[in-house]
Write a protein that binds this ligand. Structure first.
Ligand code: FAD
Length: 285
């Protein structure tokens, strides 16, 4: 059972090459081990208006999927917008020039902080490679940037409508609010949503894992982290990774004869989500 994350699982398997698996363990049939790495196109858009303070400390409570399937005149998925962790002054010190004419105190006090996610597309050229035991190499060229740019522009327009205006409106007099937005796009090395390097599927020539996340080429090898994804969608990956790991756990119990499908513990009904997950994990352990 391998579960090292989409970069390290493929690195481990690539480093486990042997006479029978010269291109890496589980890589004979497809040659896709380590390939199709996805990580999302990600960025933040922090809106500020001195018109109104935002006293929130833990504000991750809202997600907006209105543009997930595009918008009028653009039929492709643009992505998801959600609140992110609140900007705090400690993170702004030293960057006073960037925010002028807003002070960093004003930014910390009045910001509303958004996180934008667009899916990147699977591309065999985006891959994890290894050089010996020490070096992991990630080849990645961003794709699908246009919908991210559109999503960003659309959200800037909406921020403007709610008073977090053009970047940056200088204060005309003491009573007029100052407002602006601050945009950051996550760089290449921001590799937190890594998925796709051992894609699953029915055909051993076009996928590394079968639909139960068992390696097509190695009967007793399973990979149960973000590696199995076929696409990155535009949402946070972890709940899908967890749900899939539980599903694979069920499959293993059945395969090992530890539990028949008819005696499977029912999915959460009256339990809290936490209890349900703990119950399932205990059952799998
Ligand atoms: C800053 C940040 C914020 C994030 N926020 C969110 C969020 O809000 N929502 C969300 O859904 N996702 C979020 N993510 C992404 C999320 O953390 C990952 O998608 C998820 O953890 C991936 O799960 P995984 O099981 O594939 O791998 P991991 O969680 O990375 O687990 C892999 C484990 O394997 C271990 N390991 C690695 N190599 C080896 C080895 N050779 N031998 C043994 N063990 C090894 C690692 O130490 C690690 O414990 C965030 C990521 C980052 C970095």
């Amino acid at each position: 059972m391998v579960s090292c994350g989409a970069v390290n699982s493929s690195a481990l398997l690539l480093r486990s090459a042997n006479d029978k698996h010269p291109r890496g363990l589980a890589n004979n049939s497809s040659g896709l081990l380590g390939r199709n790495l996805m990580k999302h196109v990600l960025g933040s858009l922090v809106g500020v208006s001195t018109l109104k303070a935002n006293p929130s400390k833990f504000q991750k409570t809202m997600a907006i999927n209105d543009f997930y399937w595009g918008e009028p005149g653009y039929e492709f998925p643009m992505g998801n917008i959600q609140l992110m962790g609140k900007t705090v002054i400690e993170g702004l010190r030293g960057y006073e020039d960037k925010y002028a004419p807003l002070t960093i105190e004003e930014v910390a006090k009045n910001s509303i902080d958004w996180w934008l996610t667009t899916e990147d597309l699977p591309d065999a050229k985006n891959q994890v490679r290894v050089e010996g035991d020490q070096r992991i190499i990630v080849d990645y060229t961003e794709n699908n940037s246009e919908p991210f740019d559109r999503l960003t522009e659309r959200w800037k327009g909406i921020l403007k409508e709610i008073g977090c205006g053009c970047h940056i409106v200088p204060q005309m007099n003491y009573f007029t609010p100052k407002s602006g937005y601050f945009q950051t796009k996550m760089p290449m090395h921001s590799l937190g949503h890594q998925v796709g390097t051992c894609k699953f599927g029915e055909d051993p020539t076009t996928s590394v894992l079968d639909l139960n996340c068992r390696a097509h080429d190695v009967d007793n090898l399973y990979v149960v982290d973000g590696s199995f994804f076929l696409s990155s969608a535009a949402v946070n990956p972890t709940l899908t990774i967890i749900a899939n790991a539980l599903r694979v756990g069920d499959h293993l119990l059945e395969r090992l004869g530890a539990r028949s499908s008819s005696s499977a513990v029912p999915r959460a009904t009256n339990q809290t989500l936490k209890n349900a997950v703990v119950t399932r994990m205990t059952a799998i352990a």
